[in-house]
Design a protein around this ligand. Structure first.
Ligand code: CU
Length: 323
């Protein structure tokens, strides 16, 4: 019985901690059903062929074989149908995977910095570790300049710029992301919100303080804010794979590739590298820590303060050296 349970477990999906991850599981199931249909179809064809061309019925080999084109044509037609189905089904599910984020506009916000609510983490892979760059309390990722890359500034963040001044860089450590349950604005009332706008709990509470509890109406609609990982690599191709989120994306040097997911549960989840990237590949593990919105806000404040005090210290040292 225990063995039976183990077998069932081995063939089950791993824990699902992502709001859209079920669609990826759906794709896996659909592809397997298709493969099962192909397998059974070919088995039947094989059986019929063995029976029909058995030696007792055909004592002498016929080198011309079947002359009718019916079988060949119907097989080729079948292959075309199956391949079309593969492309259509795969595109349908892939569409959910890459386009589903209704709050995906924040990716474009990375370019113009207009939206303040940016849940983007810039992840840079290297042999053999993961590094993360966060937007900090102002919610905007700083601009980067490769001339500034160095030991104390591995991401080359432009610190003089207002966006980059409070950014957080964490090297070779857990990647922290927030679990944010959206409030959807039903009735903007006296506020500047639009109907349907999504607020974080922080924004909701701030609005209540500013306008009063009865001045507008927003409810938790069950949706979760998507987290965008803006992925790149410093050296070779790596791959960012977190099974519980059903996310796997190559990290390619010179490219910034966004990938998003909506975590449904706080906790620690394993991040592995899914591309053989060198002799330390097997040890290239990381942790994605999903924290509550409150913890996320607090963490950003603490880390950002640490970063800026480090910076002040560094500039004091530089001034001393100059003097
Ligand atoms: Cu790797």
């Amino acid at each position: 019985m225990e063995l039976f349970n183990d077998i069932i477990k081995a063939f089950s999906f791993p824990e699902l901690v992502s709001q859209d991850g079920g669609k990826v599981d759906g794709l896996v199931i659909a592809v397997h059903l298709l493969m099962l249909a192909l397998f059974v179809g070919w088995l039947i064809y094989y059986g019929v062929a063995i029976w029909k061309f058995r030696s007792s019925r055909n004592p002498k080999a016929d080198y011309k074989g079947v002359k009718s084109k019916t079988i060949t044509n119907s097989l080729e037609g079948g292959i075309i149908i199956v391949e079309l189905a593969l492309v259509i089904v795969a595109t349908y599910f892939w569409n959910f995977y890459v386009n589903a984020a209704d709050d995906y506009a924040h990716v474009t916000a990375m370019a113009n910095g207009s939206k303040k609510d940016l849940h983007v983490v810039r992840v840079t892979a290297e042999q053999f570790a993961w590094n993360a760059h966060y937007p900090g309390p102002n919610g905007r990722l700083g601009k980067q300049d490769k001339a500034l890359v160095g030991g104390d500034n591995p991401f080359g963040i432009i610190r003089d710029d207002v966006d980059g001044s409070d950014d957080i860089a964490v090297l070779k450590s857990d990647i922290i992301v927030p679990l944010i349950r959206n409030y959807r604005v039903e009735d903007p009332g006296e506020t500047d919100f639009k109907i349907g706008e999504l607020l974080t709990e922080t924004e909701f509470n701030e609005a209540i303080v500013q306008y009063g509890a009865d001045s507008f109406e927003a409810i938790k609609d069950g949706s979760i804010r998507s987290i965008t990982i803006d992925l790149t690599s410093k050296d070779v191709i790596h791959s960012f794979k977190v099974l519980p989120f059903r996310v796997c994306q190559d990290a390619i040097p010179g490219l910034n590739i966004p990938i998003h997911f909506k975590p449904t549960k706080t906790g620690r989840y394993n991040l592995t590298c899914a591309q053989l990237c060198g002799d330390g590949h097997a040890l290239m593990r990381g942790v994605i820590r999903v924290v509550s919105e409150q913890e996320w806000n607090q963490w950003q404040k603490t880390e950002s303060a640490k970063n800026s005090s480090n910076q002040q210290q560094a500039s004091v040292t530089v001034d001393k050296v100059k003097a």
